[in-house]
Design a protein around this ligand. Structure first.
Ligand code: BGO
Length: 270
């Protein structure tokens, strides 16, 4: 049986370093179909049945850059068996923005918190167990540069590939959830249940590419647009900004409970 694992993360989070550590010299380079973005794949060391696909470095799964489109088309259409999401532990807030979207795809996710050598050197702390609980997926601390935690996170990704994805934990505000439920019921019910949420959020955001793909009949679209307009009116913002803002509020609450910055100005005991 062959297993497909996608490696996803922000630019500069250490993704290439991790990809090289996972695959060694066992890599092949090509291009993503139709674009000049480099596509790297490789076999996981000691697992000739496991292919790791290195997705372009991205901050979000929106449709605004070639890299985002390539990455999300792969995740949605090729449906890898698991996503290994590498995040920079020294920049949790920005990196978790992608994570909150990846866990909505209906694919099992394992998170690797990278740069832990720097986090520790700085005297900061990340509560990995609590982060795992809040995201409802396995989380590992690693240093791709130093090679620590790599084997463990790779094994976890291989194991995750044979499991069901967990339910996304984040709930948007009531009026948004109401619209999302309506969208799922009216247009997405023939799709596997665990993929519906990602599509519903994209339709709520007015994502052109998803709207083109789903082709909603005009009467249903009118109802959906009314729901979205209700949410925009109640929250006094446009649909896309509502989703972005609520993600950042959610991320702030996660960081508050998992991240401890070394307190400045404290005299050491020595
Ligand atoms: C340079 N710890 C530390 N300390 N650094 C790491 C780790 C880690 O766990 N993982 C990666 N890095 P990429 P993307 C560099 O290249 O893998 C470093 O974009 C430098 N280069 O070594 O390329 C890694 O694929 C000169 O750093 O990331 C690299 O995601 C001075 O993070 C950078 C300092 O890693 C990005 C660093 C000429």
């Amino acid at each position: 049986m062959s297993i497909k694992i996608a490696l996803a993360g922000n630019p500069n989070c250490g993704k290439t370093t991790l990809f090289n550590a996972l695959t060694g010299s066992n890599q092949y380079v090509g291009n993503w179909p139709g674009v000049t973005v480099e596509k790297k794949e490789g076999k996981l060391k000691k697992h000739s049945d496991v292919t790791i696909t290195d997705l372009p470095g991205i901050y979000s799964l929106s449709p605004y850059t070639i890299e985002e489109i390539v990455a999300r088309d792969y995740l949605i259409n090729e449906k890898p068996d698991a996503v290994l999401n590498i995040i920079d532990g020294t920049n949790l807030e920005r990196n978790l923005y992608l994570t909150t979207q990846v866990v909505e795809l209906g694919i099992p996710v394992v998170v690797a918190v990278n740069m832990m050598d720097v986090v520790k050197k700085n005297g900061d702390k990340i509560n990995i167990q609590e982060l795992s609980r809040q995201l409802a997926c396995p989380v590992f601390e690693i240093s791709a540069l130093k090679g620590t935690g790599i084997k463990e996170v790779a094994n976890a990704a291989v194991e995750a590939a044979s499991r069901e994805p967990s339910e996304p934990q984040h709930k948007f505000s009531g009026v948004v959830e109401h619209a999302l439920a309506h969208i799922e019921e009216a247009t997405l019910h023939t799709m596997p249940k665990n993929q519906q949420r990602w599509y519903a959020i994209k339709i709520f955001e007015g994502d052109d590419k998803v709207l083109e793909q789903i082709k909603i009949d005009p009467a249903t679209l009118k109802h959906i647009k009314n729901d979205i307009a209700d949410a925009e009116k109640e929250l006094d913002d446009d649909a896309e900004s509502i989703i972005t803002n609520e993600r950042y509020i959610y991320i702030a609450s996660i960081i508050k409970s998992v991240y401890t910055k070394k307190s400045k100005g404290k005299l050491s005991a020595s």
